[in-house]
Ligand binder design. Structure first.
Ligand code: F6R
Length: 244
C-alpha cells in the first residue's frame, strides 16, 4: 500500500497518467479498468496529451469500465458510455471493439453482470484499475453495507451518492436510483489499483479508507489488503490523515 500526496488535482492527474502510461509501455496490450466522475478527468486529459504528442499508443489496449446507471441508454448525455466517449475514447486510438462498459439497459441485468465478469476473466484480468472514491467510501458503486459483494451486480445507489451525482443531471429526480457495478472481487483481483482522491470533501472517506477499520461500511478500506494499491491524493483529500 502506497500513499502519495500532491499539491493539487492537476498534479494527481499527471501522476496517475504517468503510471498508466508506464503500464501501457511495459505491456501494450494491457487491460485497463477505468472510472468515470470528476476525479479521473485530469488523468484522462494528461493521457490524451501524451497520445497527441505521439508517445502513448492505446491501439492494443482493452478497457473495462467500473459501472453504468441502470436505464440510461449509451447515447444518454449523462450515461457513463457518453462520459467515456467524451473524456477519453473519442480522443485516443483505443479500438471501439476493445472498450467495455456495463449495459445498464440489459433485459436480464443478472445475466449481463455474469457475462461482464466472464469477459474480464477471458481478457486475462485487469492489469491496472483506476478508481475514484465516493464521499461515503464507495469504489465503483459498491455502496456501504454489511458485506463486500464479489462480482458485478445491480446496486441501489445510496442517498449520499444520489446527492453527490445530481450535479451531472438536470435535477435530483433525474438521477437513476440503480446502477450496475463491478464487484469488490474484480477490483481486488486487478494486478495494480490506483485510487485518485482530490478535494476536502473526500478527506473523511480517505481517512476512513486508510486509517479506519477494514470494513464494508467504508468499502475502499479493503484496498489496504491489496498487494499493489496506490492512493494518489491532493493535500486537501489527505488533510485528515494522521501526521498532517
Ligand atoms: C465512477 C465510480 C465512482 C466515482 C466516485 C467519485 O465510475 O465508480 O466510484 O469514482 O463516485 O466520483 P467523483 O470523482 O465524481 O467525485
Amino acid at each position: 500500500m502506497q500513499t502519495h500526496v500532491f499539491l493539487n488535482a492537476h498534479q494527481v492527474g499527471q501522476a496517475a497518467a504517468t503510471l498508466i502510461a508506464a503500464q501501457l509501455l511495459r505491456k501494450p496490450d494491457s487491460v485497463l479498468g477505468l472510472a468515470t466522475g470528476s476525479s479521473p478527468i485530469p488523468t484522462y486529459e494528461a493521457l490524451i496529451a501524451m497520445h497527441e504528442a505521439g508517445v502513448l499508443d492505446f491501439s492494443r489496449a482493452t478497457s473495462f469500465n467500473l459501472d453504468e446507471y441502470v436505464g440510461l441508454a449509451p447515447d444518454h448525455p449523462c450515461s457513463y458510455h457518453a462520459f467515456m466517449q467524451e473524456h477519453l475514447f473519442s480522443r485516443v486510438n483505443i479500438r471501439p471493439q476493445s472498450v467495455h462498459i456495463p449495459d445498464g439497459e440489459a433485459a436480464d441485468l443478472y445475466a449481463a453482470a455474469r457475462a461482464y465478469d466472464d469477459a474480464i476473466l477471458a481478457a486475462g484480468g485487469i492489469d491496472l484499475q483506476l478508481l475514484g472514491i465516493g464521499h461515503n467510501g464507495h469504489i465503483g458503486f459498491n455502496e456501504p453495507g454489511e458485506h463486500f459483494v464479489y462480482g458485478c451486480h445491480r446496486v441501489a445507489l445510496s442517498q449520499s451518492t444520489i446527492q453527490a451525482n445530481k450535479r451531472f443531471f438536470a435535477s435530483e429526480a433525474d438521477v437513476p436510483r440503480y446502477a450496475v457495478s463491478l464487484g469488490i472481487g474484480s477490483i481486488m483481483q486487478a494486478r495494480q489499483v490506483l485510487l485518485i482522491a482530490t478535494g476536502e470533501d473526500k478527506a473523511e472517506a480517505v481517512r476512513q479508507a486508510l486509517e479506519g477499520d477494514v470494513s464494508p461500511l467504508w468499502q475502499a478500506s479493503i484496498l489496504r489488503t491489496h498487494p499493489d494499491a496506490i492512493f494518489l491524493l491532493d493535500e486537501a483529500a489527505a488533510s485528515r490523515l494522521s501526521g498532517r
